[in-house]
Design a protein around this ligand. Structure first.
Ligand code: ADE
Ligand code: ZN
Length: 326
C-alpha cells in the first residue's frame, strides 16, 4: 500500500461509532438516537452532523477515553497506509479549555500516539483547534491551551465548526496569540462559505493552510492567487461529497485545482461519519481523474512539505516515502 500523509483529521470525528457506543454503554448513557440501525452515525445535513458529533463527544470524559480513542483512530488510519497524520484536538472537549486539565488529556493522547508509532508505524502530531460557533472568547482560551503546550507534538492552531457563524476577523486575537507562541496556522474556510470566506481567513488570520478551501473554485482569480502564493489546501473530497457540497468526486474541484498548480492535499476529515478512509479517497480520485501513482506520490510530498512538524520528523517520514518509490 502506498504511504500516505493526512493533514486534516478531527480526532473525535474519527471515532468509530462502535467505540462511542461502547463508551455510552459503560457510562449508562442513552445515545441510541445518534445511530442508524446498521450502527453508523445518523444525521441529515452538516448542522445536524455538528450536533451528533458534539453529542457523541460527551461520552469522552476522561484522559483514558482519549488514550483509547487515539489508539483506535491511529490503528484505522495505519490500515489505509497513513504514515503521518496531523489531527485536530479540541480542548473544548478535553477539560473545558482549562489549561491544567488539558495537559492531562494531552498527556494521554501523546502516550497513545507513542504506542501507535511503535505498533502501527504511524506518527501523529496535534493541531489545537477552536470551534467557530462557540465564539471568540472560548477561542482565546483554546489558544491559551495551545500556546502553553506548543512543542514537538503540538505544532499548530486552527479553527473548525460552523463557517456561517461570525467572521475570521473575530478570531484574530486567538490566532495572533497562537502565532506569537510559534504555532503554525490553518483555518477551515471555503467549505460552507464561498471565496470571501477563504480570502478573509487568509487576510485576517494569516494562515498558511486552508482546511477545505474547495469553494475557492467559484473565483478563478482566487484560485490563481492560492497557486501563486503557495497556500496549501487540505481538501477532503469524500467529506464534501457526503455532505452534498459537490455531487460526485468527478465534480469535486480538486482535479481542476491540481491542474492549475494549487498545492492540493488529500484528507478524510471525519472518516466514519462520511463512510470513507484514506484508501477509499485515493481509489475514488484515481477513478475520477485517472490519477496514477506518480500523481499520488507528488501529492504525498506536497503534504509532507506542508506538514507542521519539525525537520527531524519530516526527514524520517520522507525516508518512508522514498522507500516506497524505490
Ligand atoms: N468539525 C468536524 N468536521 C468539520 C467540518 N467538516 N467542518 C467544520 N467543522 C468540523
Ligand atoms: Zn474539518
Amino acid at each position: 500500500m502506498k504511504p500516505k500523509i493526512e493533514l486534516h483529521l478531527h480526532l473525535e470525528g474519527a471515532a468509530p461509532p462502535a467505540f462511542i457506543r461502547s463508551l455510552a454503554k459503560q457510562k449508562k448513557m442513552d445515545l441510541s438516537g445518534l445511530f442508524n440501525e446498521d450502527g453508523s452515525y445518523k444525521f441529515t445535513d452538516f448542522w445536524h452532523f455538528l450536533k451528533v458529533y458534539e453529542a457523541a463527544v460527551t461520552t469522552l470524559q476522561r484522559p483514558e477515553d482519549f488514550y483509547a480513542l487515539t489508539l483506535a483512530v491511529l490503528e484505522e488510519s495505519a490500515k489505509s497506509g497513513v504514515v503521518y497524520s496531523e489531527s485536530f484536538l479540541s480542548p473544548d472537549f478535553c477539560g473545558n479549555r482549562d489549561v491544567s486539565a488539558w495537559k492531562e488529556y494531552l498527556h494521554a493522547i501523546e502516550e497513545a500516539a507513542a504506542k501507535a508509532e511503535t505498533d502501527f508505524g504511524i506518527t501523529l502530531r496535534g493541531i489545537i483547534t477552536c470551534i467557530r460557533h462557540f465564539g471568540p472568547d472560548k477561542a482565546r482560551q483554546t489558544a491559551r491551551c495551545a500556546a502553553e503546550t506548543k512543542g514537538r507534538f503540538i505544532t499548530g492552531f486552527g479553527i473548525a465548526g460552523d463557517e456561517k457563524i461570525g467572521a475570521p476577523k473575530d478570531f484574530r486575537y486567538a490566532f495572533d496569540m497562537a502565532r506569537e507562541a510559534g504555532l503554525r496556522l490553518t483555518a477551515h474556510a471555503g467549505e460552507w462559505g464561498g471565496p470571501t470566506s477563504v480570502r478573509d481567513a487568509i487576510k485576517d488570520l494569516r494562515v498558511e493552510r486552508i482546511g477545505h478551501g474547495a469553494r475557492a473554485i467559484e473565483d478563478m482569480a482566487l484560485v490563481e492567487e492560492i497557486a501563486e502564493t503557495g497556500i496549501v489546501l487540505e481538501l477532503c473530497p469524500g467529506s464534501n461529497v457526503a455532505l452534498g457540497i459537490f455531487p460526485t468526486f468527478r465534480q469535486h474541484p480538486i482535479g481542476e485545482m491540481y491542474r492549475r498548480g494549487v498545492k492540493v492535499t488529500i484528507s478524510t476529515d471525519d472518516p466514519p461519519f462520511f463512510h470513507t478512509t484514506m484508501e477509499r479517497e485515493y481509489q475514488m480520485l484515481h477513478e475520477a481523474f485517472d490519477w496514477d501513482d506518480g500523481v499520488f506520490a507528488g501529492i504525498a510530498r506536497t503534504s509532507l512539505d506542508a506538514a507542521f512538524c519539525d525537520a527531524d520528523t519530516k526527514a524520517a517520514i520522507m525516508k518512508k516515502l522514498e522507500a516506497a518509490d524505490a
